[in-house]
Ligand binder design. Structure first.
Ligand SMILES: NC(=O)c1ccc[n+]([C@@H]2O[C@H](COP(=O)([O-])OP(=O)(O)OC[C@H]3O[C@@H](n4cnc5c(N)ncnc54)[C@H](O)[C@@H]3O)[C@@H](O)[C@H]2O)c1
Length: 441
């Protein structure tokens, strides 16, 4: 078991750091965001993630997990340093690696003895090499290190479970020592026979992008099929379900909706396209995924506009702000472009989300936020369901209709059966079941 410093205490750094502590390592989670570290030191969480608070508390109590902003000191004390800072999209679609490089400089500057530097952030192929060069430039003579790649595959909303039960652990290392140290850190997973994939650093870096881009492509594919269904009177649910019965396809990630969002798929698909471009290859499929996904987000607003051509002065309730259920993350959420468009046309926006309202208030403090779903639809001219929260699946439609000024609904997650909602008296639009009716089937 190792003494570990995790630099970057966001969704990935906090979950991984806590998980590694639970595996028996001694972990300090570090960040430049003092407020975040203070919240953690006070025994609370800066993010909402199911099951995380209990695991953090358990490991803090055991003395294996702590939080600090003293990055240089912790680098010096650690045997293994994980880099888990953000790698957002730059304007040209490439991953912005400024935080990773800044951390690499700080590590180099404080290097003492022999250290293993593990990149957990999602970084383009070649970043491991660049990190190594930066550390070499900064490091004092006599120190030594190895850069290892260990991309993370956890999903927000089930991040703790995913970290503890990964489908595989990917490790890019070119030495026996690197191999051994990573096996040691992840020993409990090793013991339960989790598949470990050992490869070189560039391959490990690419595995992460290829995996995310494939999943984003699958989501985009079924969205495109849904749009075709809308035009031909077919039911995308039946199509997706039956496609999923084919073992080669599998039913996962075949849920049509308002386009993927979040902090990973959009930026990783764009970054993979940029990686290919840099390597002299025009990755047309990958590029198309981004374009089709953007169009899908706009399509949800068009559905609303078709229902209500004059939106100026109208009140629209958005149910769901998070980019998916079970998270408070609103990064690249499909709700964001819809909010922008509703503001442009002069509509009043009311909204409800079980956990993501605080995150959205930081970007759009001027929306009307409600703590109660039914209060949020009172006097609304239309409601849009944008996140697949379970709370939205069993709404009292009759009650909603009574409360609303006009019963218009765009169900961007297909939570309802079209005929049932229409029979309640709603004008109803959804994704890929638009013109489908049980009565005509
Ligand atoms: N969020 C996910 O579901 C997920 C899943 C797998 C991989 N990833 C990847 O993991 C990485 C981190 O993602 P995230 O969602 O945790 O990001 P995040 O924005 O939630 O967290 C990043 C943290 O790094 C801190 N930070 C930035 N610069 C720093 C510096 N110089 N020194 C110390 N701390 C610094 C920030 O303050 C922030 O707390 C990204 O590369 C992402 O692509 C994310």
């Amino acid at each position: 078991m190792k003494k570990i410093a995790v630099i970057g205490t966001g969704y990935v750094g906090l979950v991984s750091g806590t998980g590694l502590a639970d595996f028996g390592n001694e972990v300090t989670c570090l960040d430049i965001d003092e407020e975040k570290i203070e919240i953690l030191k006070d025994g609370e969480l800066p993010i909402w993630e199911p099951g995380l608070l209990e695991l953090v508390q358990k490991n803090v109590k055991s003395g294996r997990l702590s939080f600090s902003t003293e990055i240089p000191q912790e680098i010096q004390d650690a045997e293994v340093i994980f880099i888990a800072v953000g790698t957002p999209s730059a304007d040209n679609g490439e991953a912005d690696l400024s935080a990773v490089y800044q951390v690499a400089r700080t590590i180099g500057h404080n290097l003492n003895g022999h250290k293993f530097i593990v990149t957990k952030s999602t970084v383009p192929v070649g970043t491991g090499k660049k990190v190594r060069e930066i550390i070499e430039e900064e490091a004092a003579p006599g120190s030594s290190f190895e850069v290892i790649s260990n991309p993370e595959f956890l999903r927000e909303g089930s991040a703790v479970y995913d970290f503890m039960h990964p489908d595989r652990v990917v490790i890019g290392t070119e030495t026996e020592d690197g191999h051994e140290v990573m096996q040691d850190i992840y020993r409990p997973l090793y013991l339960i026979e989790t598949p470990f994939v050992f490869t070189n650093v560039p391959t490990a870096e690419l595995i992460k992008y290829a995996s995310n881009a494939f999943l984003a492509t699958k989501v985009t594919f079924i969205n495109e099929i849904a749009n075709i269904c809308d035009g031909v009177g077919a039911d995308v649910h039946m199509v997706a379900k039956t496609m999923g019965m084919d073992g080669r396809i599998s039913p996962k990630f075949l849920h049509p909706g308002p386009g993927y969002g979040g902090s990973c798929f959009p930026k990783d698909v764009k970054a993979l396209h940029a990686i290919a471009r840099e390597a002299g290859y025009d990755a047309q499929l990958i590029d198309a995924v981004t374009r089709v996904n953007e169009a899908q987000k706009s399509r949800m607003f068009t559905k609303l506009q078709k229902m209500m051509p004059e939106l100026g002065g109208k009140t629209v309730t958005l149910l769901g702000l998070a980019f998916k259920q079970r998270t408070d993350d609103v990064r690249e959420s499909p709700a964001l472009p819809i909010i922008d468009k509703l503001k442009e046309v002069g509509a009043t926006i009311r909204t409800f989300d079980p956990v993501a309202m605080d995150s959205m208030k930081k970007r759009h403090p001027d929306l009307d936020y409600f703590e109660d779903i039914y209060e949020s639809v009172r006097d609304a001219d239309a409601v849009m369901i944008l996140t697949e929260w379970n709370e939205f699946r069993g709404l009292d439609l009759q009650k909603m209709k009574t409360l609303m000024r006009q019963p218009n609904m765009v169900d961007a997650r297909n939570l309802y059966d079209p005929d049932t909602v229409r029979k309640t008296g709603f004008k109803y639009a959804c994704v890929g079941r638009e013109t489908y009716s049980e009565e005509l089937a």
